[in-house]
Design a protein around this ligand. Structure first.
Ligand code: ZN
Length: 507
């Protein structure tokens, strides 16, 4: 086997990674057959390069960062040592399903509606039948992808088993430098520790939902009463003035001014980004880096809502991280330190959507609305609701990979009932779980959102979101492992203290 140097590896992978990212960007913009085919082709080319066994053990370099560089390379390529045919089968199925999600539009009654319209119905409608229709429609794509998603899960498992792993779930955590026992210990501790706070908050949420929907006291809260399709967001209080005021905000101008004051010029990022909804376009939101340090983009589907203001802040948070990494680092290290590290930065900024100072200074919201107690109370509620939701997603996905042949509807609803307190609807669409796009396009990812929230609280409580954060946390890129970076930047290892304190906060 020829020995390759780290520089040679970077020169080989970089153009392939950039071409793949560019093709996926084009597919997200318009899920045509042609774009889908190119995206699959570019990803297959990258995967082929990554499966070269010579990359697992490159020539040891002597640069100051070369040990970490070689380790990151190993984590990237070792799980990709698999037959080309298997890799290709997985990628083709992934891109096929991703394209199907992008092109899918829900139908409520006899009307085709986009996700923004579904969101509006679930947030605003007081018509029980319409809510129920919108909720069912939001899950309909699940039935259309569930069988093939099971197939995809089995293929991912085959690939993992060939590498000696229990399944794809175990493999993914290992190569993401996360210990499964540690992660589930954390989830269990949060579950036990937050139980009293969750029970109390859930009671308050139910009261708010009944008041909002005009339901008699004691009415059982069902999945379609929540203000989003998965009960992953905190239902806003009944008298929340920001919901209407958010419609008056220019989110792009507000974010531009906000990030500029923190020392991040987002003009170039916004210039390359795709912000407005269109047919065939991916209805979700994401950030992508096509050329490290140089071409960083976000995709959104902006509507005049608080949710999209928060999402724009979130995605730009990811973007400024990638743009702020030390440009002199070698390519392999010129990226974020971990998926949950970039989620944390996105969440630090996403939380500004309810922050009185942000709302008055950058978004032009009148002080009486910006300082309304609903905003201060929302973080606590948001974090509790979201934590329960991650418990569902993380545990479901672990179960999905442990046994993709099991009754997944039963598994899904038992977890929703246990952690979110929502009963399984008698007429729940089959395969409703598969509507959650992450299971297809971002497998074994969801725990990163919770770790991101935990770290966001820690960063907020220690070094804030300004220059210190940039210098100590963003600038080093991936040159340090996540645990070392957190400890060096904040003075302590990753801890749930600040996160739990944020949830104990009373308005
Ligand atoms: Zn994110």
């Amino acid at each position: 086997m020829t020995v390759v140097t780290l520089d040679e590896v970077e020169n080989r992978l970089r153009p392939l990674a950039e071409a793949s990212a560019r093709a996926h960007w084009q597919m997200a913009g318009a899920a045509t057959d042609a774009h889908r085919a190119v995206a699959a082709e570019k990803e297959i080319a990258l995967e082929a390069a990554l499966s070269d066994p010579a990359l697992v053990t490159p020539a040891p370099g002597e640069g100051p960062f070369d040990a970490r560089r070689a380790e990151l390379l190993r984590l990237w390529v070792a799980p990709r040592q698999r037959p080309a045919q298997l890799a290709e089968q997985i990628i083709r199925l992934e891109t096929e399903l991703a394209g199907r999600f992008s092109a899918h539009r829900a139908v409520v009654g006899d009307r085709e509606v986009d996700d923004n319209e579904l969101d509006r119905m679930l947030l605003r409608s007081t018509d029980e039948a319409e809510r129920r229709g919108a909720w069912r429609a939001s899950r309909a794509v699940g039935g259309a992808v569930a069988d093939e998603l099971r197939e995809l899960v089995a293929l991912r498992n085959t690939s993992a088993e060939r590498l000696g792993e229990r399944d794809h779930y175990a493999l993914s955590l290992r190569y993401d430098e996360l210990d499964e026992a540690w992660l589930y210990g954390l989830l269990d501790r949060l579950d036990a520790g937050l139980a009293p706070a969750w029970t109390a908050e859930r009671g308050a949420i139910d009261g708010d939902l009944r008041a909002r929907l005009g339901l008699p006291p004691g009415t059982r809260i069902e999945a379609w009463h929540a203000t989003d399709a998965y009960f992953q967001d905190a239902p806003p209080p009944v008298d929340d003035p920001l919901l209407d005021a958010a419609g008056e905000i220019d989110p792009v101008a507000a974010c531009r001014a906000y990030f500029a004051d923190l020392g991040h010029d987002v003009d170039a990022i916004l210039e390359r980004s795709d912000l407005q909804p269109r047919p065939l376009k991916d209805q979700h939101a994401f950030q992508t880096t096509i050329v490290r340090n140089a071409d960083v983009r976000i995709l959104c589907n902006l509507a005049p809502t608080l949710r999209w203001l928060e999402t724009l802040l979130h995605e730009l948070g990811h973007a400024i991280y990638d743009a702020a990494v030390d440009p002199s680092l070698p390519w392999l290290l010129r990226t974020n330190a971990h998926t949950f590290a970039t989620e944390a930065i996105a969440m630090v900024h996403g939380r500004r959507g309810r922050d009185a100072a942000f709302l008055t200074r950058y978004a032009g919201v009148p002080a009486a609305i910006a300082e309304h107690p609903a905003n201060a109370a929302s973080l606590r509620r948001e974090l509790l609701v979201f934590t329960q939701w991650v418990q569902v997603m993380a545990r479901f996905e672990r179960g999905l990979y442990a046994d993709p042949g099991q009754d997944l509807d039963a598994l899904w609803w038992s977890l929703v009932e246990r952690y979110q307190g929502l009963p399984r609807p008698a007429d729940a669409p089959a395969g409703a779980w598969a509507a959650k796009i992450h299971l297809t396009v971002a497998p074994v990812y969801y725990h990163n959102y919770l770790l991101g929230q935990i770290l966001a609280s820690q960063l907020d409580a220690t070094i804030g979101c300004g220059a210190e954060l940039t210098e100590r946390f963003l600038w080093p890129g991936a040159s340090l492992r996540w645990d070392a970076l957190i400890e060096r930047a904040t003075g302590e290892p990753l801890t749930t203290d600040a996160f739990v304190a944020d949830m104990a906060m009373r308005a």
